[in-house]
Design a protein around this ligand. Structure first.
Ligand code: NAD
Length: 254
């Protein structure tokens, strides 16, 4: 998929990997609609130029995301989605006194990370399906979701988070198989430990341990690493139906 002149939706775009991806796509000449529930988004987007639009909304909300995909299509076609919105959560099954974890909290993580991904994917695909096919392969669109290496090596306290991201991975192939009939690709990316606001204030000791445990490069992932892979997936039509680990070889061990 060519990037210049095409219409993209990036969620979770007020911060971290979403913002870096939006900036990279804008630099490559795309029209980008940035979505986030954080109201600081509007201010961020002001500095990104006339090809950037902001929409403040919740990825789990049907009405919010219907508006977001329509806005991203700009009265025409929607070519790509990079769905980065998500929340991290640490909650043990049992606390120190043996009390069970909160069911509401578990549902909330699933609702944002898993239901939100399904919501955005289905609404975006409904618009992409009507695009004119492009190039020799007749491609209509590409959807990139974000999972986590925690889905493969969930650590203590991540039953909710790991389950939500495992669900994202599990949806990748069936969605790609179904949407392939329309020339739409579906991929997911499983980041290792990245130095973004999501983790910075929560588990600083574990974050630094991850950097040391990464075979190479011995550092945290940077948002630019993710944005680069998102671009590479968009431009290479053979990426489809797969979850890619982006982790420098890190395997979570705690
Ligand atoms: N940082 C890491 O180490 C790491 C590792 C693996 C996976 N991930 C995943 O990468 C993605 C991007 O995370 P990040 O590290 O850039 O974090 P981040 O906190 O910088 O960005 C996430 C953004 O999502 C937004 N968001 C959260 N819930 C939302 C909702 N319901 N509706 C709309 N927006 C919402 C937040 O406001 C925030 O701006 C997430 O899905 C996260 O789970 C992150």
């Amino acid at each position: 998929m060519q990037i210049a002149g095409r219409n993209f939706l990036v969620t979770g775009a007020a911060s971290g990997m979403g913002l870096a991806t939006a900036e990279r796509l804008l630099a490559a000449g795309a029209n980008v609609t940035l979505v986030d529930q954080n109201p600081t988004l509007s201010q961020t987007v002001e500095g990104l130029g006339e090809k950037a639009l902001a929409f403040t909304g919740n990825v789990s909300s049907e009405s919010d995301m219907r508006t977001a995909v329509d806005l991203a299509a700009r009265g025409g076609e929607l070519h790509g989605v990079v769905h980065c919105a998500g929340v991290a959560d640490l909650d043990r099954l049992l606390d120190d006194d043996g009390h069970p974890a909160s069911l509401d909290r578990y549902r909330q993580v699933l609702d944002i990370n898993l239901v939100g991904t399904f919501n955005v994917m289905r609404l975006a695909a409904a618009i992409m399906r009507k695009n004119l096919p492009q190039g020799v392969d007749g491609e209509r669109g590409v959807i990139i979701n974000v999972s986590s290496i925690c889905a493969y090596e969930g650590t203590v306290g991540t039953c909710g988070y790991a389950a939500s991201k495992g669900g994202v991975i599990a949806m990748t192939l069936p969605a790609a198989r179904e949407l392939g009939d329309y020339g739409i690709r579906v991929m997911s990316v499983a980041p290792g430990t990245f130095g973004t606001p999501m983790l910075a204030d929560k588990v600083a000791d574990r974050v630094q341990a991850s950097a040391q445990a990464t075979p190479f490069p011995r550092r945290l992932g940077q948002v630019e690493d993710f944005a680069l892979l998102a671009e590479q997936i968009i431009v290479n039509v053979m990426f489809n139906g797969e979850d890619i680990r982006l982790d420098g070889g890190l395997r979570l061990r705690y």
